[in-house]
Design a protein around this ligand. Structure first.
Ligand code: AMP
Ligand code: ZN
Length: 110
């Protein structure tokens, strides 16, 4: 990887983050600028630039990311109230960190 990546630094424990879950495939940490009471990022260990760069072999990884998001929603008690699972894709889609990540956003009082 040629460009510096802050999420790879977090994965390698070279940059700080509020990590709430980690397994062989993904890490989950709190978004540094939360948009809602619960705002977590599900980040694969594998450095993939965006959804556009997914390969066939990544199907199970992406499914796992969604299942981890679902479980984190339950653990944060926002599964019943509801939440967003969101991928921003490239600059026009609002992506600013070019290491694939799934936003889990919820906990608004409505
Ligand atoms: P995106 O716009 O989809 O690329 O989202 C990137 C997200 O990463 C934003 O919501 C940022 O607030 C968040 N972010 C950036 N740097 C960090 C960091 N060091 N630790 C935690 N979250 C971060
Ligand atoms: Zn990376």
């Amino acid at each position: 990887m040629s460009e510096h990546c802050i999420f790879c630094d977090i994965l390698n424990k070279k940059a700080p983050a509020d990590i709430v879950y980690e397994d062989d495939l993904v890490i989950v940490f709190k978004d540094i600028r939360p948009q809602a009471p619960v705002h977590l990022l599900v980040v694969p260990h594998k450095h993939i630039r965006s959804i556009n760069e997914l390969a066939d072999e990544d199907r199970n990884l992406v499914a796992h990311m969604i299942f981890v998001g679902k479980e984190q929603a339950r653990q944060n008690n926002i599964n019943k109230s509801g939440y967003n699972l969101l991928f921003n894709v490239e600059s026009g889609g609002g992506q600013v960190i070019f290491h694939l990540h799934l936003h889990l956003i919820g906990g608004y009082v409505r």
